[in-house]
Design a protein around this ligand. Structure first.
Ligand code: PEP
Ligand code: MG
Length: 585
C-alpha cells in the first residue's frame, strides 16, 4: 500500500498502465529487415514536418510576440538538423532495428543522463529544448505514441510521474478508471483532469513508477489517498464493493441534472463548471451545471502544436460558447507561467519563483499584441450569442492600476474590431481574486469590475506561502485553515455588501466541507469540476442557510485546521451521511 494525496474522490480498480516520460508506450518491438527503409523514411518525414512546424511557429511568434522570443524556434530547428542527433537515430533504426519512436526515446534517455550530471543551469535548460524537439518529432511519427492504439484492455489505472496536457487529452480515448501520479497535488493538471472526468485519483505517491509495472492490478482510493498494488483477494473483494457503491452513487446523483439547485429552505444557488475545452463543456451540460464559471483558455495554447492566431482562437471560443449550458460562460484570459509554460513567451529562462514571477496578466502587459489578439478573439466569439451570456475574466489581478490598464486594453480591442466592422457587444468584465493584496483591498477594486471570482487554489498557496504543487508542504496549503477562512469571509461579505456578484471557482467549491462553509459565509455562486455538480446539488438540498451560517459561526472560533476538519467531518456525517463517500480527507 502506498500513500499520497487524495485529489479526486471515489474508488477504482483496474490494470496498471505506466506512462513513461513523454512517450505513452515506448515501443520495444524490433523491425524486420524489410521494414527498415520505410522506418527511415517515416523518420525523415517526421523531421520535415517538425521543421515546417517550427518555421511557421517562428513566423507567428515573431509577428505576435517578438523577435527575441521567436529565436528559440530557430534553435529548435537547428537541433533537428544537427547531424549528431539525426545520425544516432538513423543508426539505431538500421543497426539495432529499433523503431523511430523507440530511438527517440533512447536518445532522450541518453541526453537526460548526460545533462542531469551537470549542475550547470544553462545546460539543464538546453535539455528542455531537446525534450521539446523530441516530443515534436514523436508527434509526427506515423505511430504517434501519444495518440497511439489502445495499449491493453481496460479498465486502466494510469500511472505517471505527472501528466502532460497533451497526454491527458490523448487519454480521453482509453477506458481510464483511475489516475496515480508521482508528482503533483490537488491542483496540478492530472488532478484537475481527473476531477473533471469524475475519475478517482491520488497524486504525490513517492516512487510509484518504480513499484508498479504495466499489467499489475491497482486499487485507487481517492478518498483516503491510498494506492494498493496487487492486493490480496479479500482486500480486492472489499474494494470491489466500495467501487460498486461509488459508481451507484454517481449514477444515482446524475439523475438530478434537470433539478434546480436549491438549499433545503429554497434559496437558489448557481452551480457552474470549470472547463478546459469543449469536451468538458459537454460534460458540464450532462452534469446539470447552469453555466461555465471558468474556462481556462491556456489549455488551448498548451495543447496546440503552434501558436493559435486570432481566427483559430475565435473558432475554438465560439464552439465552446455554443456548447456551454445556456451559452453562459466566463472566459479567462491566458494564465500561463507558474506551473504552465510555453517557450514562445520567453519561458525558456527559469525563474527562481515562477508562481510569484512573470505569470498571467503580468506577461500580458509585456506582450500587448499577443494579448490583444486573444481579447479580440474572445469578444468576437462572445458577440455571436445573446448579450451578457459570455463574460471576460482576468487572472492574478494584484492592483487597481492593473485593472485600469486591462480596461484600456479592452477599449483598444473594441476600437480595432469596430474599425474592421466586426459585430461586437459589450462584455462584462471580471477579476479573479487570487492574490492576498487584492483580497485586502477588494473594496477599492469593486467599482472597476462587474464580478469577482475567487481563485482559491492560488489564494491559498499565496496566503499560506506553500506551493500548491509541492507535496512536501501540502499540510500547509489547506483551504480549511483558519487564515484562509477569515480572508474568504471578508471578501465574500465585502462583495455582497457592495452588490458585486462573487463566485468561488477554486477546487474547494466542489468539496462538501468547504462548500458548506462558503454557503454559510454568504456565497451563492460556485464553480467546480463538472463531475462535482450533482453531489453539491444534492448536498445543498439537505442543508438550510441557517444551518450553514451556524456552522460558520462555530468554525470561525477554531484556531487550527485540524479542528476545522474534524468538526466539518462530523457536520457532514450528520447532514449528509449519503455523501460521505464523495468527500476526501
Ligand atoms: C485558482 O487559482 O483557484 C483557479 C481556479 O485558477 P487555476 O487553478 O487555473 O490557477
Ligand atoms: Mg489560479
Amino acid at each position: 500500500m502506498r500513500r499520497g494525496i487524495a485529489v479526486s474522490p471515489g474508488v477504482a480498480i483496474g490494470t496498471a498502465y505506466v506512462i513513461h516520460e513523454i512517450f505513452v508506450n515506448p515501443d520495444t518491438q524490433r523491425l524486420e529487415d524489410t521494414q527498415i527503409t520505410a522506418e527511415l523514411a517515416n523518420y525523415e518525414t517526421a523531421r520535415d514536418k517538425a521543421a515546417a512546424d517550427l518555421r511557421a511557429l517562428e513566423k507567428k511568434v515573431d509577428a505576435q510576440v517578438g523577435h527575441e522570443e521567436a529565436f528559440i524556434f530557430a534553435v529548435h530547428r537547428a537541433i533537428i538538423r544537427e547531424p549528431a542527433f539525426t545520425n544516432k537515430i538513423r543508426n539505431w533504426i538500421v543497426e539495432d532495428k529499433m523503431t523511430a519512436a523507440a530511438s527517440l526515446h533512447r536518445l532522450l534517455g541518453e541526453y537526460t543522463a548526460m545533462f542531469t550530471k551537470t549542475r550547470d543551469e544553462y545546460l539543464q535548460e538546453r535539455l528542455n529544448d531537446i525534450r521539446d524537439v523530441i516530443i515534436r518529432l514523436g508527434s509526427h511519427l506515423n505511430q504517434n505514441p501519444n495518440s497511439g492504439e489502445k495499449p491493453i484492455d481496460g479498465p486502466l489505472i494510469v500511472i505517471a510521474d505527472e501528466l502532460l496536457p497533451s497526454q491527458a487529452v490523448a487519454l480521453g480515448q482509453f477506458d481510464v478508471n483511475g489516475i496515480v501520479t508521482q508528482a503533483g497535488s490537488q491542483t496540478s493538471h492530472a488532478a484537475i483532469i481527473a476531477r473533471s472526468r469524475g475519475i478517482p485519483a491520488v497524486s504525490g505517491v513517492k516512487n510509484i513508477l518504480r513499484k508498479v509495472k504495466t499489467g499489475d492490478t491497482i486499487v485507487v482510493d481517492g478518498r483516503a489517498g491510498v494506492v494498493e498494488i496487487n492486493p490480496n483477494s479479500e482486500s480486492l473483494a472489499a474494494f470491489r464493493k466500495l467501487e460498486r457503491e461509488f459508481f451507484d452513487l454517481r449514477d444515482q446523483l446524475a439523475a438530478n441534472r434537470d433539478d434546480p439547485a436549491l438549499t433545503q429552505d429554497g434559496v437558489e444557488l448557481k452551480l457552474e463548471a470549470n472547463i478546459n475545452g469543449v469536451d468538458d463543456a459537454q460534460a458540464a451540460h450532462a452534469m446539470g451545471a447552469s453555466g461555465i464559471g471558468l474556462y481556462r483558455t491556456e489549455y488551448l495554447y498548451l495543447t496546440h502544436a503552434d501558436l493559435p492566431d486570432e481566427d483559430e482562437q475565435y473558432e475554438v471560443y465560439r464552439n465552446i460558447v455554443a456548447n456551454s449550458p445556456n451559452h453562459n460562460i466566463t472566459i479567462r484570459t491566458l494564465d500561463i507561467g507558474g506551473d504552465k509554460t510555453v517557450a514562445y513567451l520567453g519561458h525558456d529562462h527559469k525563474e527562481a519563483n515562477p508562481f510569484m514571477g512573470w505569470r498571467s496578466i503580468r506577461l500580458s502587459f509585456e506582450h500587448p499584441e499577443f494579448f490583444n489578439t486573444q481579447i479580440r478573439a474572445i469578444i468576437r466569439a462572445a458577440s455571436e450569442f445573446p448579450e451578457g451570456t459570455a463574460r471576460l475574466m482576468f487572472p492574478m489581478v494584484t492592483t487597481v492600476e492593473e485593472i485600469r490598464k486591462l480596461r484600456s486594453m479592452i477599449r483598444k480591442a473594441y476600437k480595432t474590431l469596430s474599425a474592421r466592422k466586426v459585430k461586437i457587444c459589450e462584455l462584462r468584465i471580471g477579476m479573479m481574486l487570487e492574490v492576498p493584496a487584492a483580497a485586502i483591498t477588494i473594496d477599492s477594486m469593486l467599482d472597476l469590475v462587474d464580478f469577482v471570482s475567487i481563485g482559491s487554489n492560488d489564494l491559498v498557496q499565496y496566503l499560506m506561502a506553500a506551493d500548491r504543487d509541492n507535496p512536501k508542504v501540502s499540510h500547509l496549503c489547506q483551504p480549511l485553515s483558519p487564515a484562509v477562512l477569515r480572508v474568504l469571509k471578508h471578501v465574500i461579505e465585502t462583495c455582497n455588501r457592495q452588490r458585486v456578484p462573487v463566485t468561488v471557482c477554486g477546487e474547494m467549491a466542489g468539496k462538501p466541507k468547504a462548500f458548506l462553509l462558503l454557503l454559510g459565509m454568504g456565497l451563492r455562486r460556485f464553480s467546480m469540476s463538472p463531475s462535482f455538480v450533482p453531489s453539491i446539488k444534492q448536498l445543498a438540498s439537505q442543508v438550510s442557510i441557517e444551518q450553514a451560517e451556524s456552522i460558520v459561526a462555530s468554525v470561525m472560533k477554531f484556531k487550527t485546521t485540524a479542528q476545522v476538519k474534524r468538526y466539518m467531518t462530523r457536520q457532514l456525517e450528520q447532514l449528509a451521511p449519503n455523501l460521505t463517500m464523495l468527500d476526501s480527507n
